[in-house]
Unconditional design. Structure first.
Length: 180
C-alpha cells in the first residue's frame, strides 16, 4: 500500500449508526480507505436513540466539525438507508451533501452501492437469526460493573474496576444479582 489512501467521510442520520459502522468497516477493508464519521458509542452510553449532539447541547459544533471533516475528504459516503421503502436523507445530511458538492468532493450513496447495501442487509439478517437462536443475555458484573455476555461476577474483587476511583458504574446498569 504505497500510495496515499483516499479519505471517505461518512454522512447520514444518526438513526443509521449501526449500518454506518458496517459501511465504514467495508470501505476500509475492501477499498483500503480511511473513513471518518459519527462517533460510534456503546449501547450503555447514556444517550437517546438518535440526535445525541442535540441532547448534549453541541449540535452546532458537531455540524461544523463534520464540515471540516468533509474539507479533508476525497469523497463522502451517504448512508441513506430505507425509511418507509425509500432512501432517507435528513436536513443535516442534505446540507453536508450540498457542502461536499460545492467543494468538489465526490458524493457516493449507500442506496446506489449494491455490494455494500447487500452485505449490510445479509449481515443484519444473519445477526438477527444468531440473536434469535442464542438469545444472548447481557449482564452486569455485580462486583465491578463491567458488561459481559452471560456473566455475573468477575471473580477477581481485588482487581475489580468497581473498587477503582477512576471508574464507577451507573446505578442504572449495576443491578444484576448473582442469580441473573
Amino acid at each position: 500500500m504505497g500510495e496515499k489512501p483516499k479519505v471517505v467521510v461518512m454522512c447520514g442520520s444518526s438513526r443509521f449508526v449501526q449500518e454506518m459502522a458496517v459501511c465504514e468497516w467495508l470501505i476500509e477493508r475492501d477499498e483500503l480507505a480511511v473513513t471518518m464519521g459519527l462517533n460510534l458509542l456503546p449501547w450503555w452510553y447514556d444517550c437517546p436513540a438518535d440526535h445525541l449532539a442535540e441532547a448534549e447541547g453541541c449540535a452546532n459544533q458537531m455540524d461544523e466539525l463534520h464540515l471540516r471533516k468533509i474539507d479533508l475528504a476525497d469523497e463522502i459516503f451517504v448512508v441513506d438507508a430505507d425509511v418507509d421503502g425509500k432512501p432517507y436523507i435528513g436536513s443535516s445530511t442534505s446540507n453536508e451533501i450540498a457542502y461536499a458538492k460545492s467543494h468538489g468532493v465526490y458524493v457516493r450513496y449507500f442506496s446506489e452501492t449494491p455490494y455494500i447495501r447487500n452485505h449490510v442487509r445479509d449481515q443484519l439478517v444473519a445477526g438477527l437469526e444468531r440473536h434469535r437462536q442464542n438469545e444472548t443475555v447481557v449482564r452486569v458484573c455485580s462486583t465491578c460493573g463491567w458488561l459481559k455476555d452471560n456473566f455475573v461476577s468477575c471473580g477477581a474483587p481485588e482487581q475489580c474496576l468497581g473498587k477503582s476511583d477512576q471508574w464507577k458504574p451507573k446505578a442504572s446498569v449495576s443491578g444484576a444479582d448473582e442469580n441473573g
